[in-house]
Design a protein around this ligand. Structure first.
Ligand code: NAD
Ligand code: LMR
Length: 342
């Protein structure tokens, strides 16, 4: 009898929690490229969010099984699968947040820009559908090269007459996640406390961690700054080489992307204390796109935290100037691609 009442209590508790979760869930999220290395673990993490009522999984292949599998988790969101271009519009209708990890990943020896020829066209086609079916959604671009795919998306949305620069985001959260991890390890800090803003872009030297703005305040020797900066900038390549041809970061990326989705949903839900670094259209430097720490609100970017760029160390000032030509070239390449399309 004791055992029965214990079980009954646990079931009751579970049901109460489930009800509570159900009343909170109200946002629809679509993942485009959901059957991929990032897409699958990302979908799982989003399935765990109490803020999500529907999870739309879209891919050109293999998405049915992923959706069937995920749909058995007893969390509130309903999982729906969509395969191929004919189902893309339905995947996007009524969606609040669209996350795009569709496209090919790097192999050892490649730069992110080497992915341009394939991924630029994929992002263009997906964004056209986003423009036609959920123009008000927050759009999270993960597909590389992010430095170019975000400008491509902006141009396509402009052509469609629905561009809102406050709602188009290049996902650079993984750079922050890595910076936080590496700094905490190096300085023996409690991970949960560490926050390093990362600005610029998302490739090589365009990734600029602002170690001088680390919270809690930490002092680094010049050698530590050099070593940590280079490690953060090359962390993607570190994973590509370790995977030795089997792709690039997927699990840490899914974790980082899920954090950015959760932050976006909290902002949409009215939380007034949501800050993330992200690559957006920007006027904080002379470059048209630039990653900064921003405050997120119901309408997207509510404010750019420009004070991060004040009082930089000499190392950071120099690194900022050094990254500009490469970032500018990647932005211009994206814009030129979008504008030569019919
Ligand atoms: P993957 O090959 O494992 O998965 C990609 C998925 O996209 C596949 O399931 C594929 O079927 C799908 N796909 C291809 N064309 C599509 C289309 N037109 N519509 C919908 N889906 C399509 O690759 P991955 O490891 O998941 O990486 C995906 C992308 O994310 C790569 O470009 C990679 O460079 C990038 N990435 C970015 C970051 C970042 O920090 N922003 C981090 C890691 C990876
Ligand atoms: C990363 O930073 O891990 C991604 O951009 C993938 C890559 O190609 O490095």
């Amino acid at each position: 009898a004791l055992k029965t009442s214990f079980v009954a209590k646990a079931v009751e508790q579970n049901q109460r929690l489930y009800k509570q979760l159900q009343t909170q869930a109200s946002y629809k999220v679509a993942v485009l490229g959901a059957a991929g290395g990032i897409g699958q673990p990302l979908a799982l993490l989003i399935k765990m969010s109490p803020l999500v009522s529907a999870l739309h999984l879209y891919d050109v292949a293999n998405v049915k099984g992923v959706a069937a599998d995920l749909s058995h988790c007893n969390t509130p969101s309903q999982v729906l699968d969509f395969t191929g271009p004919s189902e893309l519009a339905s995947a996007l209708k009524g969606v609040n947040v669209v996350v795009i990890p569709a496209g090919v990943p790097r192999k050892p020896g490649m730069t992110r820009d080497d992915l341009f020829n394939i991924n630029a066209g994929i992002v263009k086609n997906l964004i056209e559908a986003v423009a036609d079916n959920c123009p008000d959604a927050f759009i999270h671009i993960i597909s590389n090269p992010v430095n170019s795919t975000v400008p491509i998306a902006a141009e396509i949305l402009k052509k469609k007459g629905v561009y809102d620069p406050k709602k188009l985001f290049g996902v650079t959260t993984l750079d922050v996640v890595r910076a936080n991890t590496f700094v905490a390890q190096k300085k023996n800090l409690k991970l949960i406390d560490v926050d390093v803003p990362v600005i610029g872009g998302h490739a090589g030297i365009t990734i600029l961690p602002l170690l001088s703005k680390t919270r809690p305040s930490v002092t680094f020797t010049d050698e530590e700054v050099q070593e940590l900066t280079v490690r953060i900038q090359n962390a993607g390549t570190e994973v590509v080489e370790a995977k030795a041809g089997a792709g690039s970061a997927t699990l840490s990326m899914a974790y980082a992307a899920a954090r950015f989705v959760e932050s976006s949903l909290r902002a949409l839900d009215g939380d007034s204390d949501v800050y993330e670094c992200t690559y957006i259209e920007s006027d904080v430097t002379d470059l048209p796109f630039f990653a900064s720490r921003v405050k997120l609100g119901r309408k997207g970017v509510e404010a750019v935290i420009t004070k991060d760029l004040q009082g930089l160390s000499e190392y950071e000032e120099q690194a900022l100037e050094a990254l500009k030509p490469e970032l500018r070239a990647s932005i211009e390449k994206g814009i030129a691609f979008a504008n030569k399309q019919p």
